[in-house]
Design a protein around this ligand. Structure first.
Ligand code: ATP
Ligand code: MG
Length: 558
């Protein structure tokens, strides 16, 4: 790439959160940096989460602090234990390890005690307005809200009403506990926000013990304070909610301490041509529009891993995009160049033909198979050599042959034109066969025996190079070639985004590969010469299936 990455990385590393931490350490507002990553276990992690993971765990590492994993499991209906396991596995795969693991549900009793404390301070009340009425009473950005008729219920009554809510004496939705703050606040979230609601669903950690569940805005600051988090980082849509975060901690005696946590917001990662929210990704899975959460077209960590992205490339991507408060959509080319840069130096080279046609080399002896040696990496001799074969019959890619040269710059095989076979000889096409539909089936060629690893002695210039696989040793392989899941840059904006799936997002072909690919391992990258980076699919058992990770060059703007 043309630009100076070191410089970009340097500037990306410094950000407003690091400045804040530096200030807090200098002014002794805090002595250790404690962060947390708080996923809701209602789906698999996506690359947006990776940004947050790299930020939270990365800061803890760089400042010698700690980072907790906290499952924000305050909503009993949507959460599943399989998600918990996949989230843990994904964080570890990314290369991070948490200091402590917690569940918000561990703190249910503390949340409840805090609610009682707020009631006793006349700062919370049980409200019987229904959802619609609450919304009406709230007012609008331009118009102040109205006080709930339940706002002045006495402390004793509120205490016993809350106890009844907890014991399941009211039905779902019959009442909620609300904070008593300010119905005319310019911040809507301060207009007596709900703290607790009734839910009869069974919770995956606490079973049927609780009939009331705290809202995120109530549970989050308290959980942070219990764990002694110093910097609570979240995405920009919670900017206004920071006032509520502060209000809650300011009004609870145990937590209103000088070193209590503070919330800082950064912009979320949005990526072109995909949707990012777990809810939308779940919809794609449920409606069978993709093969699962780990479909290689998904922006999930499991999907990217299956596609061939490495953990290091995703960490590198997170560094490159940096952390700011600017809301933007990230160019997919940045993600792709992270993986390309990661693989260029390390991926073993091999040859595979994605859409094969046979070439018969007529002046090559029958029954002869030659063993040749090709470098595993042309720039790194230490990686050694691999065995390849050559004989009278080989496969080349359909796209590498044409009857007549379309222009003088054409560098592949055409009739009466010479081309070099990568790692082997120069050949010249003489004629070809077609099927009834006119598709080329076989090309006939001659080879020049004196051109192995060198140019023809008589000074003929052979510029083009194409790849091939010798036919008798070729292994059948399936290639899965991916294009973006959506054709629109921002599909999530449309309500019917599922209908906008790119019909060309997956192309499957039957191709051939070199015999040494027989034992290729999933998640290990190969560069199929001239085609791109691929890795063996991790779900297809013994069958050879290769997922295209990324092409060799950025072809986005072409
Ligand atoms: P989603 O809408 O995908 O479910 P979420 O914010 O509800 O996202 P959580 O599981 O609650 O998902 O998120 C865990 C953490 O990851 C939060 O701190 C959240 O801010 C962060 N996060 C989620 N999505 C992104 C994103 N696109 N970019 C950066 N951080 C994100
Ligand atoms: Mg969420």
């Amino acid at each position: 790439m043309g630009y100076n990455l070191t410089l970009m990385e340097e500037s990306a590393r410094t950000n407003f959160i690091r400045h804040q931490i530096d200030t807090d350490l200098t002014q002794k507002n805090t002595s250790t940096i404690k962060t947390r990553f708080p996923p809701e276990p209602n789906g698999y992690l996506h690359i947006g989460h990776a940004k947050s993971i790299c930020l939270n765990f990365g800061l803890a590492q760089d400042y010698g602090g700690t980072c907790n994993l906290r499952f924000d499991d305050t909503n009993p209906e949507k959460e599943e234990t399989t998600f918990i396991e996949s989230i843990k596995a994904d964080i570890r795969w990314l290369g991070f390890e948490w200091d402590e693991i917690h569940y918000s549900s561990d703190y249910f009793q503390t949340f409840y005690n805090c609610a009682i404390e707020l009631i006793k301070k006349r700062l919370a009340y049980v409200c019987f307005l229904n959802t619609e009425e609450i919304r009406k009473y709230r007012g609008t950005l331009k118009q102040a809200g109205k006080n709930s008729p339940y706002r002045d219920t006495c402390i004793e009554d509120n205490l016993s009403l809350l106890a009844k809510m907890k014991d399941g004496k009211f039905s779902e939705g019959e009442c909620v506990l609300r904070a008593k703050i300010d119905m005319s606040s310019p911040f809507m979230c301060l207009r007596d926000p709900t703290l607790y609601r009734i839910r009869f669903d069974k919770h995956h950690q606490t079973g049927n013990e609780w009939r009331i569940y705290p809202m995120y805005d109530f549970a989050h600051p308290i959980s942070d304070a219990i764990e002694g988090i110093s910097h609570s980082l979240c995405t920009l849509e919670f900017q206004d909610n920071r006032h509520l975060y502060d209000w809650i901690l300011d009004n609870l005696d145990d937590f209103n301490q000088p070193n209590r946590p503070h919330q800082y917001e950064f912009s979320r990662l949005n990526l072109e041509y995909t949707v990012m929210s777990k809810r939308k990704l779940q919809q794609l899975v449920k409606e069978n529009l993709v093969s699962g959460w780990d479909d290689p077209r998904m922006p999930t960590l499991s999907g990217l891993r299956r596609r061939g992205y490495t953990a290091a490339s995703i960490r590198d991507f997170s560094e490159r995009i940096g952390v700011s408060k600017v809301d933007a959509t990230t160019d997919i080319a940045i993600l792709e160049s992270s993986i390309r840069d990661a693989l260029n130096n390390s991926a073993a080279r091999t040859m595979g033909v994605i859409d094969p046609i046979k070439v018969i080399i007529e002046n090559y002896p029958f029954d002869q198979v030659e063993t040749l040696y090709a470098p595993i990496h042309p720039q790194n001799e230490l990686m050694g050599k691999r065995k390849i074969f050559f004989s009278r019959e080989i496969y080349i890619d359909r796209a590498d042959f044409t009857e007549t040269m379309p222009n003088k710059k054409y560098k592949r095989l055409a009739l009466n034109k010479e081309v070099r076979l990568r790692n082997a000889y120069v050949i010249n096409a003489t004629t070809f066969d077609t099927d009834f539909d006119g598709n080329i089936t076989t090309v006939y060629a001659t080879y020049d025996a004196n051109t192995l690893g060198k140019n023809p002695a008589d000074g003929r210039k052979v510029k083009g190079v194409i790849h091939f696989v010798e036919a008798s040793h070729a292994l059948q392989a399936e290639f899965r070639i991916y294009k973006p899941l959506f054709t629109l840059e921002n599909p999530g904006k449309n309500d019917n985004f599922q209908q906008l799936i790119n019909p060309k997002s997956l192309t499957i072909t039957d191709g051939v590969v070199e015999p040494n690919m027989e034992n290729a391992k999933p998640e290990v990258a190969y560069q199929f010469e001239r085609e791109g980076y691929f890795c063996r699919d991790n779900q297809s058992g013994d069958k050879l299936v290769f997922n295209k990770t990324v092409g060799l060059r950025n072809t986005w703007n072409q």
